[in-house]
Design a protein around this ligand. Sequence first.
Ligand code: AMP
Length: 543
Amino acid sequence: MSELVVGIDLGTSNSVISVVLEGEAIVIPDEAGNRIHPSVVYFREDGQTVVGNQAWRFRAEHPQRTVYSAKRLIGRPFDSPEIKMLMGSFPFAVIPAEDNTPRIQIDNQLHPPEGIGARVLHYLKSLAEQYLGQAVDKAVITVPANFDEAQRRATKRAGELAGLEVMRLVNEPTAAALAYGYGARKRERVAIYDFGGGTFDVTLLELRDNVFEVLSTAGNTYLGGDDFDNRLVALMMNAFERQHQVDLSADHYSRQRLRVLAEHLKCELSHNEVIRQRIVEYVPGTMTEIEIDFQLSRQEFNERCRDIVDQSLQTCQEALQTAGLQRAELEHLVLVGGSTRIPLVQQRTREFFNREPVLGINPDEVVSIGAAVFGASLTDQGRAPQVGAANFDPNDDSWMEGLEEDGGGGPLLIDVTPHALGVATVGGVMDIIIERNGQLPLERSRYFSTSRDNQTRVVLPVYSGNSRRIEENQQLGMIELTDIPPGPREEVQIEVTFEVDTNGMLSIRATDMRTGLNQFVRLSITGDSVGQESYDTSDLLMT
Ligand code: AMP
């Protein structure tokens, strides 16, 4: 039996798992035939867990035990502005661990977000094993293009906790482009507009046969389908307030029920001009029923949510600018993610890009299919002509020099760094070592000197982010060089080398040029908690 590599789209709201069998990409269903599996874990009182579609219905019934959107927490420090913003909206408890990472508390158990991801992945793995009748140990997992180093590391860790060897992390839009173009010998520029449940990404790629070169990527990890749901929840709450003078905003149960309903109504509005719903709630802390007749037209929905869609278009503009492209230079628009089913999103993207989106691609499944296609290319089976292996000539284009071709004509993915990477130096700034949007794999070095005479210890706090101000960036970890032979400041030269591999994972080397003493840190080491660490600023280096 040949070894299969599954492709997994581990989404904020939903996940999809696919595999290439005899040259054809197949989406793996659950026993009930569902091809899309909510990324939801329900913790039963007896300690057992329920995952996927079965877990979904517990969201309204047992909100405090039903964990969703863990992807919004993964790889982030607890005190990040994003988590602070989310805290009020989760009905389950999220508390900080000692290393300042978030933990989801269910009874007395604390679960890291990657532990939730691992349960979802383990469930998908078992679905695949049942479906295929063989063990599944290898996967390609997708991540949002603008996931930073820590988020990627945590996602990889989730895969490993689930018993999967993560062959590669592929950016979601790149995977979508693969599903769209692999084997079709296309030569064109495409925009992948990916609007999911919790994140928005846009990626501009150039396809040249089986080469998928990312020209730029931009995203907003806090823009997604949830924002539309929240608008609807606010409208419903206003209606209760107006008609019954009852404020439901602080009632977790109410809020959760209304959120579930809001999402349902939002989806209904994608194929109905008007929706009407009788909603019954309770006066908080009592069993007294209150009721509204909620009605909303698509037109009003569009007016109330236009700014959400426009925010995504601003991000598209940013991606165009980074790539140095005009809208007219893009030949195709591919819509990905559940939120692209919203008519307003389709209309506004059509207007913005001035072209019809590519039809016939299922926006929910395309990312997972791309990951499976890539996974298959990593095995001998995938290189069979059925999945479109082309006689690709790596010497065709000079820009590919130095890049590793994966042999046999599989797809060649050329991704970019979504954020700049650097180190904090004296003065509290991030000195950038790797620029944003650099093609991967990538290695860059910079020289620094000690900041005071006879400094025998230096620390290099490593940051990712697009700002020069360290407080606006995320600390990924820290490396330390000790026992440096004393010397006058500025004479001691430290070479710092950053290397980012094709998964977007960072390795760092710092070398004292006089002694050759060096420190090598692979931030991708699994299970290694490289988080926010404090340091003495007098140990920093200077440029
Ligand atoms: P994804 O993260 O790609 O699975 O997208 C999930 C998001 O898509 C959720 O916010 C869903 O509510 C939303 N979604 C799915 N189907 C529809 C639909 N028919 N209309 C509007 N939004 C949808």
